[in-house]
Design a protein around this ligand. Structure first.
Ligand code: FES
Length: 163
């Protein structure tokens, strides 16, 4: 789930999440987190960590733990899906890439996941855990399960920038 929160609405969201067992993590200034990039809330002492993605101006947060065999999913390659009307042949290699920037491929066995929903594209019964992400006072903020986060304090996510 992802949310973009504008203006004064963020305080209501903060209050709502503070009542739940989640931790508010400031990832960094939205101005330094452009579309098509990601930040990692780094794995630490057995905690999975979280990948935060800017997909066309909306922020999404995924647990950095692949539901297949526990690979570091959020360090994988971000791309789109290749689609075709028919299997490619030597005469016809018309392949299209759709949803570019919305799909992440786990680096271990290359299973694909939808960044927007966490849903696995290989097995419809699998999905990776997602967290609400929003912009609050110019910062990208994630409300995450403490079990997936390092102990306090959270390391500066800006040090974990991936291309
Ligand atoms: S561990 Fe991610 S695809 Fe296997």
């Amino acid at each position: 789930m992802s949310e973009q929160v504008a203006g004064g609405e963020h305080s209501a969201l903060s209050t709502q999440h503070s009542a739940l067992n989640v931790r508010r993590v400031v990832v960094g200034p939205a101005a330094e987190f452009p579309a098509g990039t990601r930040r990692m809330i780094v794995p630490f002492r057995g905690r999975a960590g979280i990948g935060v993605f800017n997909v066309n101006g909306t922020y999404y947060a995924l647990r950095n733990l692949c539901p297949h065999k526990a690979g570091p999913l959020c360090t994988g390659r971000v791309s789109g899906r290749i689609v075709a009307d028919a299997p490619p042949t030597a005469a016809n290699t018309n392949l299209d890439i759709v949803r570019d920037g919305e799909i992440i491929r786990c680096p271990w066995h290359l299973w694909e996941f939808d960044i927007l929903t966490g849903r696995c594209l290989v097995d419809a019964n699998m999905r990776v855990k997602t967290y609400p992400a929003s912009i609050e006072a110019g910062d990208v903020v994630v409300y995450a399960d403490p079990a997936d986060l390092p102990e306090q304090p959270v390391p500066d996510a800006r040090k974990g920038v991936l291309a």
